[in-house]
Design a protein around this ligand. Sequence first.
Ligand SMILES: Cc1ncc(COP(=O)(O)O)c(C=O)c1O
Length: 406
Amino acid sequence: MTIPITKPYFDGNEYNYIKETLNSGWVAQGKMTEKFEKEVAEHEGIKYAVAVSSCTTALHLALLVSGIGSGMDVLIPAFTFVATANAVCYTGAAPILVDIDIDTFNISIQEIEKTIGEKYVWDNQKNCLINKISNNVLKAILPVHQFGLCADMKKLNQIAKKYRLTIIEDAACALGAKIGEKHQGQFGNISCVSFHPRKCITTGEGGMVFTDEERIYKALKALRSHGATVSEVKRHNSKYGFLLPDYTELGYNYRLSDIQSALGCAQIEKLDYILSMRREAADNYRRIMKKYDWLIMPYEPKEYCHTYQSFVCRLNIKNISLEEQSGSRNQILNFLENEGVQTRQGTHAIHLLGYYKQKYRFSAEDFPNAYKADLLSMSLPLYVGITEEEQMNIARLLEKAFDGLY
Ligand SMILES: Cc1ncc(COP(=O)(O)O)c(C=O)c1O
């Protein structure tokens, strides 16, 4: 492949910090992870950060500390990576899909109100919404800041207040994303990010949970390490370190190692630079492909700061069916692949995935915008170091593929 979909940006301190960690003799979760947490929390302007093994495990813990479990429903967007829905299922709660806004790819506020109106009744005694069929309590909304664009947090927070719901933000793609001057994680809720290599900064695999509440911070730290009352590094360095601590609840091993955190410490130093490069490359694409009236560029509302974790366009060919357009999308992306350019569909619609389709007997039309996004989205290569010439070449290939079809 001459142009990959993404490339991690390693340029120096990654090697130094990893070497430092290896030389220290402590490679499990320890001081380097504490440093990484502190630096990321500072960057995002949030009080506490808890590093974990992935965003999936971050979401699982965030849901658990919010009291989510069986007998409860959680609203999630229908167009998101499978991990969003899976994390809800791990707790025993049910993910309730809500269609997206096709322009932003984020959960639709109107569709949330519609879903609540259709599926739930208000219970005056319990002071909560009850699912008319399952009797589950509607407990939370899990909005996704899809591809690095924040969901409409102002309206989401208003809905949460109105119906007494908790919000947990899936900010897997959105480290550094903002609305106005507010970073993801500053909207008053727990949020979770990913450090998978497809994200703007990476630790190989990894994730982080953000909160301003000390109680939640402490609960997260215990849960990520088997439910231990004392962290491993603290016990190791204290008197009577030979004794294991107490384990007062059912926890998990969701720790991030110091080797991964060393990588993270080097990466966070460059996050602002990485984001500015990504935004510049996104602007280039927009400018170069302005005349393609068959391709809709990613939408960035005024006041929002998109991270462009992915640059996701949508095919829009008039007067042919969605399915025919989707066939064309795949032919276009296949043409690019044969020319050495790696692309991807944006992400997938949960209701089209085998596990969820069977479990909830969904049909494609249940969530029309998620279906459309699944069929027509295309993510183009974007990384620090992609040249304008490469972007022009990608645009030319897209045009050539399209012209070959129509
Ligand atoms: C929206 C969303 N949520 C959750 C995840 C899971 O992240 P991780 O791979 O770190 O578990 C991803 C990963 O791509 C994602 O895009």
